[in-house]
Design a protein around this ligand. Sequence first.
Ligand code: SF4
Length: 486
Amino acid sequence: MTEKRRQTEEKIRCDACPVMCYIAEGKVGACDRYANENGRIVRCDPLTILHRRVEQGGEIRPFMATEWDGQMVGGDDVFVSGVGSGTTYPDYKPAPFIVSREVEGADFITVVTEAIFSYCGVKVKIDTDRHLGHEAATVRAEGEAIGHVTTSEYGSQMLSLGGVEHLTGGSKAEGRVTCDALLKLCNREAVELTIDGGATVEVQAGQPPVVDGHREERMRVGCGSATIGMFASQWHGLVDEVVVVDDHITGVVSEHQAGKVLDWPDTGIRIKGRRSTPGRYFQVAQPGRGWGGTDIEDPLTILNPWLAKKGARPGLTMLMVSTTGEQYGYYVLDDNLEPQPAPLPDTLKPSVDLIAENCEPALCTVMFQAGAGGSLRSGVTKNPVQLTRSVQALKTHVTCGGAPVFVWPGGGITLMVDVTKMPDGSFGHVPTPALVAPLEFTLEREHYRALGGHDAQVRSVADVLATGGEYGGAVRAVSDTRRGKG
Ligand code: SF4
């Protein structure tokens, strides 16, 4: 027998994904999730249970599952998550754990698995006024296209990353880099993204975005018009004119409805841009990284000459401010009716500070989005469409690592989850490439039987903790971050 052949024979095959790695004793497979431990394939991460009585952020890792504190095995307090559970790819067999537990006197089943998602993506919301790139511009990681810019919402730029086009529809490098970027984003690590024709932005779930090296602090309080509406009364009597400079809607208090109800006098100001309704202007400048998400550094460039016949006069005062209060300027009209910069009076400082105070912290939000496919559903029931119908009818509750998910209406089980609500390190990957994410389906036992569930595979929580599963018996408990009941 050759040395090579002997080595191959000592390796054992992992069947948890289509890569089918041969793993040598003491080594891990290509995804780092499974190892060969004493001639047995085991899941490297322990099965994770969520426990209400474990303090926030706390973690208990039992030395031996059989020494588990009996107190911890109560149904209502304990939720077995998919994290570390393993898979049953290709799901011709029941999910790795189908666990029964009592919740408020009723018998519930939770079906637990780690699903392999070849067709998933993330939606990223970046709270920033700064222009990141035009709609539909390509978003790149390590130079590879991994998604695109979608809409700009009122204080945020939205990105759509991943999906079948990038994971499997492009080159091998594109798929690998996309999978890597999604994995990091979902596990709340920082990823640097570049946008064609736009900015470089560092994105990390739950952290402020860093745009071209500038760490964002505040999310805008609203558009320029909304800011006028909120604070017009605070400026009344202290200044003759206020302009809130904004890429979306620039507001002018003397013309705005909010000013009108305060009997604010005309000032003869004239704004460049497309007038929408009184005191509300679109397109005063190009999008950019300057004042209010525009490309301007000097706000006076959005003004046309002032009109004396409409109220302009020497000595008239004006405050110009951005929607975050980060930029502001105070001006006085000279004898030629041209605004000249002047120090901000102390009386106006509190109103500028109030804008800043009303801004919320700028954050990046990462929502994992995926569809629980047909083969995965057969790990839950012998009649998979019944599961879909049950989920759509809200009879089966879906969670990701115990976190509540939003299930889209329409066909299939397409779900979206905030990754910051999930336990640390919930996501994995396989090199096909695809992301791996925990998934749990919870439903009443009677209903589970009715929809063709694998009732013979149901086990108690205590049995799961004591004897583990096909891929080992390591268990850990972390605090329950769920907002609802499983
Ligand atoms: S990539 Fe991971 S899950 Fe897939 S066969 Fe290899 S070790 Fe198993």
